[in-house]
Design a protein around this ligand. Structure first.
Ligand code: FE2
Length: 287
């Protein structure tokens, strides 16, 4: 969070009312080695909760991530809690190569199938991983689009039309997220959304069948069913709250993981042209 909570409020408020069909939402911002473009990129990130940067070709993937991290004072990459557990050592790295690997162990990274909406940081608490950078080294031959879901915007809309349904999503143990890493048994219970005292909504909405369990409090089963029907409908196709983008090589997707959930379409690639992203997550938000 920023040094003064009041400075962040208006930006997050804007995201509650944006339309992901706006032409500007999916339009990459060119970033120059001088740093020109970074301010505009930050504005996009504040407005939509994500932004796409076209990084200078002179930078390696890791340099490109470091360049943005330094520009925004993000500090060093944060390794999510799951990857710091015994048994997950091979994933305990500041930069994760997301690339299909037929012999690989990671249930999300090593496969070419679609991934449903989630926030990064399976075991982390709401808002613990506010920023995720995904740099496209090489796009897939076909498919592999990144999907962005304005989850706090959809939550706000639900709150306006069905407050009881929205309220269930804020219950402290309504959403269990579990490790599916081989040999690592762990889960974290928490809310899908937190409404902070200052009104800021923090996102933890994830709906991946293999790792997500919804646990309604007694008497709130119907309200949860209504909430999930609404959120799943709004995230099922591109529209006001959902956008698909296909990253090109050299583009970096920046996601406010505490405000937006992301997903991926399935893809096909080849041994000669494997799809590859380099990802770093941060425990801080851009300053
Ligand atoms: Fe992810």
């Amino acid at each position: 969070m920023g040094p003064a909570g009041s400075e962040k409020g208006p930006c997050e408020l804007k995201q509650l009312f944006v339309d992901y069909r706006d032409a500007a939402a999916a339009c990459p911002v060119a970033v120059a080695p001088s740093g020109r473009g970074v301010d505009e990129l930050g504005d996009r990130l504040d407005t939509y909760g994500f932004a796409i940067a076209e990084m200078p070709g002179s930078l390696s993937p890791q340099e490109a991530i470091d360049f943005l991290a330094k520009s925004w004072s993000l500090g060093e990459p944060y390794v999510p809690a799951l990857y710091r557990l015994p048994g997950a050592e091979q994933f305990n790295r500041p930069y994760a190569e997301i690339r299909a690997d037929d012999g690989g162990d990671h249930p999300g990274f090593a496969v070419r199938s679609a991934q449903e909406f989630h926030v990064d940081g399976t075991l982390d608490g709401p808002g613990d991983v506010p920023t995720v950078l995904m740099y496209c080294v090489r796009p897939a031959v076909q498919g592999g689009e990144s999907l962005l879901f304005n989850s706090i915007g959809a939550f706000h809309a639900l709150r306006e039309t069905d407050p009881a349904a929205a309220a269930v999503l804020t219950r402290p143990t309504v959403l269990r997220r579990s490790s599916t890493l081989r040999g690592v048994e762990a889960h974290t219970d928490g809310p899908a959304f937190v409404v902070r005292d200052d009104g800021v909504i923090v996102n933890r909405y994830s709906d991946v069948p293999s790792t997500t369990t919804w646990i309604p409090p007694d008497g709130e089963e119907d309200a949860l069913a209504r909430a999930l029907a609404f959120v799943r409908q709004e995230s099922s196709s591109d529209g006001r709250y959902r956008l698909s983008v296909r990253l090109a090589a050299g583009e970096c997707l920046i996601v406010r993981n505490d405000r937006v959930s992301h997903a991926r379409q399935s893809y096909q690639d080849s041994a000669a042209q494997p799809r590859e992203l380099l990802r770093a997550t941060f425990g801080t938000s851009p300053q």
